[in-house]
Design a protein around this ligand. Structure first.
Ligand code: SF4
Ligand code: SF4
Length: 287
């Protein structure tokens, strides 16, 4: 966005207190770090809560969890994964399809720590210039990966997947792919605002498609209270999703229904006028 204030959320902090203005950020960080701790409990303490990595894991030695994009790539190559992997991907798809829009991106993905740090530093340094690339690029990349995997017979994305590289780096220590993580950070900091998650990442695109009809949604409870401070637009990693419910036509839905919303709750945190809440998409009270 063109005129970014450095302190989106300051008014909410002053008016409603630090906890109100940061509570969803706090819960997200706690969730992200708890999941990381579940991976680390095995290697460090011999008690395996999550065995594996962010691409494929076993919860409590019982419940398989598989990355939908890797499974889709495998299927595209013509390889049918084993039953455990297929069960794992079914569990993941059902969970995220029902729960909320791109919950994986906002609450689970380890790379969110990197991209949020870049966005925070960008705001602090007042970096305003941003290269323009379409947000639909991630869906084109997703399609290209699947077609490319089908043609070559390789899991193409896994050669450069910075999400699993960062997950491995956090769990097993820095590796030769650590440069990928630094590249994502620098790309988001200097080249494109919210560049990686908001424009490039095909894993996020996959979860966007999976969660497009999910239940948990951001709801605008009273847009007349909005004083157009723009803090929500400035903090939101996908600000285009706010336009319809907040500044759209009269008959526009009160919900953020876009599949690109990552359900991070930061718009709720930073809004001093308490315009937003988390709700389910069928709760039409107040309309
Ligand atoms: S909803 Fe309105 S008042 Fe609340 S943060 Fe967004 S622009 Fe500001
Ligand atoms: S609309 Fe709110 S919950 Fe959705 S991505 Fe933006 S800040 Fe996060």
């Amino acid at each position: 966005m063109a005129n970014q204030p450095k302190y989106a959320g300051r008014e909410a902090r002053q008016k409603l207190g630090w906890w109100y203005a940061n509570r969803f950020l706090f819960w997200r960080r706690l969730t992200q770090l708890s999941i990381l701790a579940m991976f680390l409990s095995g290697p460090y303490f011999g008690f395996w809560i999550l065995k594996g990595n962010y691409s494929g894991s076993l919860l409590l030695d019982l419940i398989p969890l598989s990355d939908p994009l890797i499974v889709a790539e495998s299927l595209a190559t013509g390889y049918i994964p084993n039953t455990t992997t297929l069960l794992g991907v079914a569990i993941v798809i059902i969970f995220y399809a029902i729960l909320g829009s791109k919950i994986f991106c906002g609450w689970v993905c380890p790379l969110n720590l990197v991209t949020d740090s870049a966005a925070w530093l960008r705001r602090k340094l007042g970096i305003r210039q941003t290269a323009k690339i379409p947000r639909t690029l991630r869906y084109a990349i997703l399609l290209m990966i699947l077609i490319g995997s089908a043609i070559t017979g390789f899991l193409l994305w896994e050669w450069i997947n910075p999400v699993s590289a960062f997950g491995r780096a956090l769990i097993y220590g820095l590796s030769s792919t650590t440069w990928l993580i630094l590249s994502v950070f620098l790309f988001d900091l200097f080249i494109v605002e919210h560049g990686w998650c908001g424009h490039i990442c095909p894993i996020g695109a996959t979860y966007g498609v999976i969660g497009s009809k999910s239940l948990l949604r951001i709801k605008v409870i009273d847009k007349n209270k909005c004083d157009n401070c723009m803090d929500c637009y400035n903090i939101c990693p996908e600000p285009q999703v706010l336009r319809a419910p907040l500044h759209g036509k009269k008959d526009e839905s009160q919900f953020v229904l876009s599949k690109d919303c990552i359900s991070c709750g930061r718009c709720i945190d930073v809004c001093a006028e308490k315009v937003f809440i988390f709700s389910n998409r069928f709760n039409h009270s107040g309309e």
